[in-house]
Write a protein that binds this ligand. Structure first.
Ligand code: FAD
Ligand code: SF4
Length: 511
């Protein structure tokens, strides 16, 4: 063996050029390590998903004739961190000439491997992951020193550079964005198709995690694990989405419902983020199906979906790499409160939070609006420290890897970056949740009540937030209407909203 090629848990890209030809002098190494299980408390389904997918990937490589070395978490020789294991391998491979590394997507791992590389006498060669549609440096390359880049501008450049949904340099259909047509509540008579689940037996992995005392959150049905753990299943999930869910994807993208946890969402983020699926194939398969089925999938649905993949996902990554490591420190509103206990149990009488948290604990999944406008919104209105909020999001969702979790949480949801990513804070009173869901119908609180007994907590907390951060918000044109409305309220109204909010903040664990 003259080369050790490291494959991280989120680098399961079977189409990578590394795997085009068999080279018996190259050893591929994958490792289950405490470094990764313990840097935050993860959902048990997330840890199982990563390890199960890594094991399948290693097996597939070995079956194709590649040399593979796999550290299980309980292996005696496992040093439990990446560099420890690489160093240990170098001592038992006398012919070793180089380490090959694919560029990690997380700053933390990038730094660790850069430091390892700098301290090595053995050569280290770096490779692209061959996954993303654009490079880490795209924001600087495209927009130079511009202070703020809005996603829409980035997205249009991506449409032009990829040619997706374009004709003759113009957006197909004449419009770039159909978002306004995409914001409906789920009507009573509408029943989304059941989510496609895979039903794996992962009890062996679950037992190993228990034996090794890995601390996790959430639950798992170990005989019936629902997430895809290989490329074939990931493709199946994608195809299921394209055929049955895409026709209504955009229309109900922001909807929330007590009976349907997945609605019309693709649930492909785990497969994408582990690189079992590539963004290019996701977009091209969706486009090709849409081209043949334009009678059932209108333009607003396909455009809305493509925007998530080539727009939001790539934009988030570009922001992360442009702004790290300082991005992880931003706290624009100087928030310092802790998260309520019910974020770990769902035990609250607020139906929206109870449903969203319980669903997250059961499936390691919540869709975008649940993350943004329920748990994220509430944490921001409460004034929770963004680092605490980050840890919660980084742990609980199976798709949570820092490069995508951090800008979404700290930036988009908590506005802790002061507006680098979003043009205004995503906050709302109960009326937005009521507009987009049926949660309020079964809630112990009354959505149309601002103060007094059983008043929806989102209402007073919302106005209290505007009050507390008035000076920071009043200069934001997108908040002007709300700050003006607050100014126009009578002193007695303001006082009772402040008192109500204070009571809720002080008693948040009893809500
Ligand atoms: P769909 O709604 O079906 O969308 C399709 C795909 O579009 C997703 O799989 C995803 O790859 C992409 N996408 C859509 N929106 C975004 C976005 N804002 N950022 C990046 N990709 C996007 N996504 C993660 O992948 N990992 C995270 O850790 C994560 N943390 C989040 C935290 C917060 C507070 C918020 C508000 C959003 C977060 N997101 C995260 C973005 C988004 O919520 C998830 O990508 C989405 O819910 C995944 O489910 P899906 O595959 O069914 O998505
Ligand atoms: Fe949530 Fe308020 Fe509606 Fe209850 S009434 S579900 S707390 S928004």
């Amino acid at each position: 063996i003259s080369e050790v090629a490291l494959i991280l848990g989120d680098q399961l890209n079977a189409s990578h050029s590394w795997f085009k030809a068999v080279n018996t002098k190259r050893l591929f190494v994958l490792m289950e390590i405490r470094q990764e299980t313990d840097y935050v408390t993860h959902h048990i389904q997330k840890v199982i998903g990563f390890f199960a997918a890594m094991r399948q990937f290693a097996q597939a490589l070995a079956s194709a004739g590649h040399q593979v070395f796999y550290f299980t978490l309980d292996a005696k020789r496992n040093q439990q961190d990446i560099t420890g294991n690489l160093t240990a391998l170098s001592t038992v491979l006398p012919q070793l000439e180089k380490f090959s590394i694919q560029q990690p997507d997380e700053y933390r791992l990038d730094k660790q491997l850069q430091d390892f590389s700098a301290a090595q006498s053995i050569a280290v060669e770096w490779f692209d992951t061959e996954h993303f549609l654009c490079q880490r440096s795209v924001l600087d390359d495209w927009f130079g020193q511009q202070k703020q880049v809005v996603m829409e501008t980035f997205y249009r450049r991506m449409r032009k550079s990829t040619g997706y949904l374009m004709r003759g340099g113009k957006p197909l259909g004449g419009k770039w964005n159909y978002d306004k047509e995409n914001r409906n509540k789920l009507p009573k008579e509408q029943t989304p198709p059941a989510p496609l689940c895979f039903g794996h037996d992962v009890s062996e992995l679950a037992a190993m995690l228990a034996r090794q005392q890995v601390k996790t959150i959430g639950t798992v049905d170990a005989k019936n694990y629902l997430w895809p753990i290989n490329r074939a299943e990931s493709r199946q999930l994608l195809d299921y989405f394209i055929q049955y869910l895409l026709p209504n994807f955009g229309r109900f993208q922001d909807a929330m419902h007590t009976d349907f946890w997945a609605l019309y969402h693709a649930r492909i983020s785990f497969s994408l983020n582990t690189k079992m699926l590539s963004p290019r194939e996701v977009v091209e398969r969706a486009l090709s199906y849409w081209q043949q089925h334009q009678d059932v999938i209108d333009r607003a649905q396909i455009e809305g979906f493509i925007r998530q993949i080539i727009g939001w996902r790539e934009f988030i990554r570009a922001i992360y790499w442009q702004r790290m490591p300082t991005y992880a420190e931003f706290n624009f509103f100087d928030n310092s409160n802790t998260l309520p206990d019910f974020y770990w149990t769902g035990a609250t009488q607020m139906a929206c939070l109870s449903h969203t948290v319980k669903q997250s604990l059961e499936f390691a999944y919540a869709h975008h609006i649940q993350r943004l406008m329920v748990t994220g919104n509430f944490a921001l209105l409460l004034g929770v420290n963004p680092t605490t909020v980050d840890s919660w999001y980084l742990g609980i969702y199976n798709d949570a890897i820092e490069w995508v979790e951090l800008p979404n949480t700290r930036g988009m949801s908590q506005f802790a970056d002061g507006g680098i990513l979003a043009t205004k804070p995503y906050i709302s009173s109960g009326s937005y949740i009521n507009k987009m869901s049926n949660y309020c119908q079964s809630c112990a609180y009354q959505v149309d009540k601002k103060v007094g007994e059983r008043a929806c907590p989102f209402n007073s907390l919302y106005w209290n937030f505007i009050d507390q951060h008035f000076n920071k918000l009043k200069t934001n044109p997108r908040m002007a209407l709300m700050t003006k409305q607050w100014e126009q309220r009578s002193e007695s109204e303001k006082k009772s909203l402040r008192t109500q909010a204070k009571f809720y903040i002080e008693n948040v664990n009893k809500l």
